[in-house]
Design a protein around this ligand. Structure first.
Ligand SMILES: Cc1ncc(C[n+]2csc(CCOP(=O)(O)OP(=O)(O)O)c2C)c(N)n1
Ligand SMILES: [Mg+2]
Length: 595
């Protein structure tokens, strides 16, 4: 971590030089060797040894701690940091209960294939060393079992040398594609044992993650021949990195092949959405234009597309995929039995078991130019000018307020239509929460703010009111650590997604759909979101109820973020998802269930 990335708060008074060290000092030193920049945490006695080492042995830098009011926020901050930077940071949570609080956010990171080091604690595992009562409820016989099904690896090291090795292995596994969270459970007795001097620490360079392999030449050749001779190739750009080189290589490949491209709103920006070859607004479920592009394609290059089989089902119905499929993905290396986040089993005529960033430059070299331009799809309808505060109105106000300045959309509300905004850079949009866990948006935004600090690019999270209210204390962490960000709460005063479910069920059963709001709407009293934000030190704006006030509110919010503050706007948007604005936004049958 460079000096520039240091947060200028919470500086400890220096500790005296000491000959005697403790186990957690060695563990903290190893975290520094691994270049873990930050640890988001909520404290707990089970890791008081480590906490002391971070503050008094390392001086609270490299790694630097970020206090969070809830473990779910701590983990989603680490997740958001990884989304924006591609880098792993850490989170630390208390034994049992802290891990339980953290678990949903960990599941989100798992589904999103985000590298994340989660540290926890237990014990003392040696029952003879346990204090009465409290140490017993801080000890579980297999704490890792709580999260094992959605972590790549977990471990409870029994000694300091074992802990050092566990950290090395954890970092290596988390950062090897497909990436994901890992969990290390540090025994309180190991943390708190005297160890004398610091042991020699291993050379971390020798234990780094491997690079994803290049596919065999023969398979690359097959893929290149298929693409070069295709009549109507399509690239489905899915889970791709934030690398600008990777982005440019995808653009060059699409142009060389004159291939149409589709992207996914659940995932981060993967291709310029206003490029003439990008043929449909990114969507959560397949829209009609994208479905048509799939049906018309004779060769499809899928770049780690999320749910390729389910997407084909939306395009082809019960028929098997008609196109020849080249699938670039190594995701199957993390497919496990418990969670079905691996989705349906996709067909592949050529399977390139690697990451898009590795395969695309090789395909670019191996493919021949295909000069014939692809058939243009029908023009999209222009966006209307809203007369009331709505998600579209927020999108348009943000477009005007941001102008040509760089912002990073860290989260979008469920009612967003992919046609509302163009993405032209890998950091223009960071994608969804991964696992569908509501309560991710604020933490993801603040984690991205941590990663983007000093870059000049302002993180902007457009979050639902439900999403905000579940995890709003991320605002305090941002205010305390001076992390600039703008959160626009698209506040329909409801868990509206589920109102729509109740409406559908009621209609199916010929019952009154007008009751759909019961048990869903957060009204009487309305929740004062601006007051919640203000109470935590944010620049709070709103409630914005009139369209005439919206532009000014968004401009003020963005300006506050530019000046280094966290700003929160309570935008009272109309309930209703803009699902019929463009054909792409009215998804077919599968979407009828929403999330
Ligand atoms: C932790 C969690 N609880 C419940 C759900 C079910 N759920 C999906 S969307 C949604 C509504 C979210 O409300 P809000 O963020 O306000 O978005 P809106 O639907 O109102 O646009 C709910 C409750 C979920 N996905 N995750
Ligand atoms: Mg809502």
């Amino acid at each position: 971590m460079s000096e520039q990335n240091k947060l200028e708060v919470e500086k400890p008074i220096p500790s005296p030089e000491q000959k005697e060290l403790w186990g957690s000092d060695a563990i903290a030193a190893m975290l520094r060797e691994l270049d873990v920049p930050y640890l988001a945490l909520n404290p707990g006695a089970s890791f008081r040894g480590l906490h002391d080492s971070l503050v008094n042995y390392l001086g609270n830098e490299r790694p630097q701690m970020l206090l969070c009011v809830h473990e779910e926020v701590a983990v989603s901050i680490a997740h958001g940091y990884a989304k924006a930077s591609g880098r792993m940071m850490g989170a630390v949570v208390h034994s049992n209960v802290g891990l339980m609080h953290a678990s949903m956010a960990l599941f989100n990171a798992w589904c999103d294939r985000a590298p994340l080091l989660l540290l926890g604690a237990t014990g003392p595992w040696d029952a003879a060393k346990r204090r009465p009562w409290i140490d017993w409820i801080h000890t579980a016989s297999d704490q890792g079992a709580l999260v094992r099904d959605y972590t790549k690896w977990d471990n409870q090291p029994g000694s300091v040398p074992a802990a050092l090795e566990a950290l090395l292995r954890a970092a290596q596994i988390a950062n090897t594609a497909p990436r994901g969270p890992v969990y290390i459970n540090l025994d309180a007795a190991v943390q708190e044992a005297k160890i004398g001097a610091l042991p020699a620490l291993p050379d971390v360079q020798r234990y780094g993650p491997g690079k994803s392999p290049e596919p065999p030449r023969e398979l690359l050749g097959q893929a290149a021949r298929l693409l070069s001779s295709a009549k109507n190739p399509l690239i489905m750009a899915g889970r791709c990195s934030r690398s600008l080189d990777g982005w440019n290589a995808r653009v060059r490949l699409a142009e060389k092949l004159q291939a149409r491209v589709v992207t996914d709103l659940k995932l981060a920006a993967a291709f310029p959405t206003d490029h003439p070859l990008h043929c449909a607004p990114p969507a959560t479920f397949l829209g009609p234009e994208a479905a048509q592009a799939i049906r018309e394609a004779d060769v499809i290059l899928a770049l780690d597309w999320n749910d390729l089989a389910g997407t084909f089902k939306q395009a082809y119905g019960a028929e098997p995929a008609r196109a020849k499929v080249i699938n670039v993905s190594c995701d199957m290396h993390v497919h496990r039995g418990w969670s079905m986040d691996y989705q349906g089993l996709p067909p592949a005529d050529v399977l390139l078991l690697t990451e898009p960033d590795v395969a695309v430059p090789l395909l670019l070299d191996a493919c021949l130019s295909r000069p014939m331009p692809v058939k243009a799809l029908p023009d999209r309808k222009a966006l209307p000018t809203p007369s009331e505060v709505s998600i579209l109105a927020v999108a348009q106000a943000l477009e005007r307020a941001a102008g040509s300045s760089e912002i990073c959309i860290t989260k979008l509300p469920l009612g967003w239509n992919g046609a509302y905004r163009q993405f032209r850079h890998p950091l223009d949009y960071l994608g969804g929460d991964g696992g569908g866990g509501v309560g991710a948006g604020p933490g993801l935004t603040i984690g991205a703010a941590l990663a983007l600090r000093g870059s000049g690019r302002i993180p902007v999270g457009l979050v639902g009111d439900g999403d905000f209210l579940m995890a709003n204390t991320a605002v305090w962490t941002a205010a305390h650590y001076r992390l600039p960000a703008l959160l626009v709460v698209c506040n329909n005063r409801s868990f509206y997604n589920d109102e729509m479910h109740q409406e559908r069920v009621a209609k199916d059963r010929a019952r009154p759909a007008d009751n759909k709001w019961i048990g869903q709407k957060m009204i009487d009293p309305d929740i004062d979101i601006a007051a919640i934000a203000r109470a935590q030190g944010a620049e709070a704006i709103g409630p914005v109820t009139k369209i005439g006030e919206l532009q000014d509110a968004v401009e003020r919010g963005l300006e506050a973020a530019r000046s280094g503050k966290v700003a929160v706007i309570d935008a009272r948007v109309l309930p209703g998802y803009d699902a019929n604005l463009t054909p792409a936004a009215s998804p077919p049958a599968a979407s009828a269930r929403g999330r």
